[in-house]
Ligand binder design. Structure first.
Ligand code: TLP
Length: 347
């Protein structure tokens, strides 16, 4: 058995490459709380420019960036319209209630995203003091299942949100994956948000960090709020330096991860026991579903993968998530492809 571990749990586990480590070593730093870290300033200027916004703010994590956006856009007690499957609802430990002190008004749909039609009925359109005020709409692209929301859906949301004066925040942790899939400049997605959070870690390979972008007034307020949240970092240019490489170089290699996901999915799709279609997989993340006794099969597949040193998270709702990323080579993908018929035989 091949002993080398292939870790497909998440792209959050990607390691900084040699160039990033050298850039960290060489980074010129200063006190960023005073705005004096040249490397952070460079990263923030580059981020704003790439996303087509006026200003940007470096933050420690994606969760931090999302929570900061809620905190900055909203008043306490505001209502935030958001999809039930979103990261903010499912994976941010209830932070919205603690930090921004907002109420999340969730919407569930089959495909993981909502349209303006879904949102319209939830917008508070009256001054009646019984009701909370709608403070924000949150969209996510790409989605947690790796699929990409069509831009006409986002455009319709933005246009209508503007009519009611409601800002839109985009959780764009993997917005560069979405842009790669759509073969569009990332600005073409970012223009549908008043603020966007994107991650330098994950598929872009920086060890840490995310960026929040928006207009100057919003980012100025967010900078003050970041301090309140304890996210004012000092000589953090050592963290921003790999972020600059993430943006300038690593954004161009995401297509490799998408191709690797497609190679796996195409192999799975050959076997009727797997319920998956290559065209439904857009980026580097997919959920493998099963035909037959889903609970037993998903558990067996999980254990067989583990036996072969292929790491995925344990099945949830009888589905297994796979995430391809820069630390999984084509050779390793081919090793899994060769193994799939063997797995099927052993179920
Ligand atoms: N997602 C992680 C886990 O938290 C689930 C993962 O393994 O996918 N927005 C989105 C859409 C995300 O997927 C994540 C991380 C975040 C925000 C939070 O980023 P971090 O981990 O930097 O706080």
């Amino acid at each position: 058995m091949n002993k080398k571990i292939i870790d497909l749990r998440s792209d959050t586990g990607t390691k900084p490459n040699a160039e990033m480590r050298q850039a960290m070593y060489d980074a010129v730093v200063g006190d960023d709380v005073l705005g004096e870290d040249p490397t952070i300033n460079e990263l923030e200027n580059l981020s704003a420019e790439m996303l087509g916004k006026e200003a940007a703010l470096f933050v420690p994590s994606g969760t931090f960036g999302n929570q900061l956006a809620l905190f900055t856009h909203c008043q306490r007690g505001n209502e935030v319209i958001i999809h039930d499957d979103s990261h903010i609802v499912q994976h941010e430990a209830g932070g919205a209630a603690i930090i921004a002190a907002v109420q999340l008004r969730t919407i569930s749909t089959e495909n993981g995203y909502f349209t303006w039609d879904n949102i319209d009925a939830k917008v508070r359109k009256t001054e009646d003091i019984h009701f909370p005020k709608t403070g924000l709409i949150v969209c996510q692209n790409s989605l947690g299942n790796g699929s990409v929301v069509p831009l006409n859906i986002m455009e319709e949301i933005k246009i209508n949100a503007e009519k009611y004066n409601i800002p839109v925040h985009i959780d764009g942790a993997r917005i560069f994956n979405a842009a790669t899939y759509l073969q569009k400049d990332v600005k073409e997605i970012a223009k549908y948000g008043d603020s966007i959070m994107f991650c330098l870690s994950k598929g872009l390979g920086a060890p840490i960090g995310s960026v929040l972008v928006g207009n100057k007034a919003f980012i100025e307020k967010a900078r003050a709020n970041r301090k309140i949240m304890g996210g004012g970092m000092r000589q953090a240019g050592v963290l921003a330096a790999p972020g600059i490489i993430a943006l300038t170089k690593m954004t161009k290699r995401l297509k490799d991860d998408h191709e690797n996901a497609q190679i796996l999915v195409k192999e799975f799709a050959k076997h009727p026991i797997f319920d998956i279609k290559p065209k439904d997989v857009h980026t580097n993340i997919f959920y493998l579903k099963f035909n037959g006794d889903k609970e037993i099969i998903s558990q067996k597949i999980f254990l067989l993968l583990k036996e072969n040193n292929i790491l995925v998270y344990p099945p949830r709702k009888n589905e297994i998530r796979f995430v391809t990323h820069l630390n999984v080579s084509r050779e390793e993908i081919n090793r899994i492809v060769e193994l799939i018929p063997e797995l099927v035989k052993r179920i």
